[in-house]
Design a protein around this ligand. Structure first.
Ligand SMILES: [Zn+2]
Length: 120
């Protein structure tokens, strides 16, 4: 028994298998029926969406890492009675980077969703 790579989902499957246990791709004829293709597309979409969701959480975390010290800085400034210029705080760069990152991820999610729905 050897392992081959499924041409549809690229997972390793036994060369004894007639169909891929992961995606149902017919390894004998090399053809996938419409239902299998649909399932495969759905899985790919879900996997990509998951990655994008994780990236959007990362983006939010980056913005928060910048925003929380800015907030403390701001509160300290109020307590000390000195005017605080938040634009000069280093956290502003992280907040900006987080927002740009987040917006980029959201745009990618929207275009992925649109492409997926068009194919269905
Ligand atoms: Zn497969």
């Amino acid at each position: 028994m050897a392992l081959i790579q499924c041409p549809a989902c690229h997972r390793r499957v036994s060369n004894m298998a007639k169909t891929c246990p992961e995606c149902g791709f017919n390894l004998v004829s090399g053809l996938a029926d419409e239902a299998t293709l649909q399932k495969l597309r759905q899985r790919q979409y879900r996997d990509r969406m998951y990655v994008l969701k994780m990236l959007s959480f990362t983006a939010m975390a980056i913005a928060l890492i910048g925003a929380i010290p800015m907030l403390f800085h701001y509160i300290q400034g109020i307590e000390a009675g000195v005017p605080v210029r938040l634009v000069e705080h280093w956290g502003v760069y992280l907040v900006a980077a987080g927002f740009v990152f987040y917006a980029t991820v959201r745009v990618r999610m929207m275009s992925l969703k649109a492409a997926y729905q068009k194919k269905r």
